[in-house]
Design a protein around this ligand. Structure first.
Ligand code: ZN
Length: 461
């Protein structure tokens, strides 16, 4: 009965302030009249800056509860009338954040039954706001302790993928608001609000260009703890921050275009639009090849542009567009048929994707976009702008040219030359899947901006 005794009977010590705090917790769920409701599972987890206590009732119905707060030591008490605890449940669970010491469970009373959940708070932190809410699982009730509890950061996990070093810091939940770099030596830092480190941490890495990772505490901001992550490097590198679940992921590498991308988040910006994606060449028409030695041919333009076309189509569809591809595998399609598809559909836009090449391998590099009819010039400029910004390729500009595909298309159409397949630096980019994904996203962004302008009546004819 240790847990029972440990709760104490000191309800009289609650202050007016704490009573007011309780008032914010009001649950409207009815307790079913049948006796013997049982909490069969309890788990405690962190979600971003919040701590969640999930209580699962075996009858599939959420439970109601009342609550109050006590101090010396500070704790929150939740009473669940008409409820028994499964005797096999652990009497206490460790808090997932330093603000929450532990969560204790006990049968406060029997006949009538009252189960009790006590949250022991770390006196070094302010009392969190809290509320109870229905969970997603049947019978699940969540006690959500909001915000001010802080996340205890653990040493980042470090992995290497090719030239990219990835650091993963668990339980951060949000992208840091403050990110920057410092010189001598070059280092990347990020301030993580609502996070603490138990003691300053310094980890020698020696992977790729990453020399050392440090975690330390910064001065509080607005009453909230701030931890600083510092990554020290041998040389200036490109970097990106992303969230995967509640993990903060920092990617570091020599080329910004090769860094991993966060999952694409569509926003329904192309609903009702009809778009034709035309990966150039295909089948017996290989397009340009990256030939550097007699033994080694390829990769071929037809394969690189098909991959980018499929990526572009997926993004446009995610945005709500109806997408038709002139080819979605390695087949030969006549030039005139490609434009005819777009014309038949009365497409809003046609994007033809190619890779450039020149007679003297390695002489030329960069990105350009071609258009024929003047109503396509705006589209060409927007896509070119997005591509160069995303890819860091050299800007070969927008050109007017009468390539058959875009000449025959009566709908706004462009021909994109993403990069030079027979230039070593451009080829290094083209063969990297992250580069092709960036190219697809950039083309999509240009198309979205163009069509948004059309909507806005900016079309000049
Ligand atoms: Zn081509």
């Amino acid at each position: 009965m240790g847990a029972y005794v440990a709760f104490g009977r000191d309800r009289g010590s609650r202050s007016l302030f704490l009573t007011a705090l309780c008032a914010c917790l009001a649950l409207a769920w009815q307790v079913p009249s049948q006796a013997q409701r049982m909490i069969s599972r309890v788990d405690v987890r962190s979600a971003g800056q919040d701590t969640i206590i999930a209580l699962v009732a075996s009858d599939g119905q959420p439970v109601s509860m009342s609550s109050f707060a006590l101090d010396n030591p500070p704790r929150l008490v939740f009473d669940l009338p008409g409820v028994k605890l499964d005797p096999s449940l652990a009497p206490s669970l460790q808090g997932p954040t330093p603000g929450i010491v532990q969560v204790r469970l006990g049968q406060f009373q029997v006949e009538p039954d009252v189960a009790r959940v006590v949250v022991d708070l770390n006196p070094a932190f302010t009392t969190p706001d809290y509320e109870a809410t229905k969970g997603r699982e049947p019978g699940e009730t969540l006690i959500v302790l909001r915000g001010r509890g802080a996340t205890l950061l653990q040493a980042p996990q470090v992995t290497v993928e090719g030239e990219t070093v990835m650091l993963r810091v668990g339980k951060v939940g949000l992208l840091p608001r403050v990110v920057g770099t410092l010189d001598d030596p070059f280092r990347i830092y990020a301030d993580i609000t609502g996070a603490v480190v138990e003691s300053s941490l310094k980890q020698e890495i020696g992977k790729g260009s990453v020399r050392e990772v440090r975690l330390g505490q910064q001065p509080e901001e607005g009453g909230r703890p701030v931890a600083r992550l510092v990554v020290e490097l041998n040389a200036r590198q490109a970097y990106s921050f992303a969230c995967e679940g509640t993990d903060l992921v920092v990617a570091i590498g020599p080329d910004a275009w090769a860094l991993p991308l966060p999952e694409y988040r569509a926003a329904g910006r192309l609903k009702g639009r009809v778009i034709v994606v035309d990966p150039g060449h295909g089948g017996r028409d290989t397009g340009a090849a990256a030939v550097f030695t007699p033994e080694r041919r390829g990769p071929y333009e037809k394969d690189l542009v098909l991959d980018m076309g499929l990526r572009l189509a997926r993004i446009l569809e995610a945005e709500g567009a109806e997408v038709t591809m002139t080819r979605s595998d390695d087949t030969f399609v006549e030039l005139k048929e490609r434009a005819a598809i777009a014309n038949r559909l009365g497409a809003d836009v046609m994007v033809s994707i190619h890779c450039n090449s020149c007679d003297e391998p390695g002489r030329l590099s960069g990105t350009s976009v071609y258009y024929d009819h003047s109503h396509s010039e705006g589209l060409a400029r927007l896509v070119q702008h997005e591509l160069v910004a995303a890819l860091g390729t050299s800007d070969k500009g927008v050109r007017n040219a009468n390539f058959a595909v875009i000449r025959r298309a009566v709908v706004p159409g462009i021909l994109v030359e993403v990069a030079y397949v027979n230039h070593p630096e451009d080829l290094r980019r083209l063969v990297h899947p992250n580069f092709r994904e960036r190219a697809a996203r950039a083309m999509a962004e240009g198309v979205i901006k163009f069509l948004a302008q059309q909507n806005g009546g900016a079309r000049s004819g």
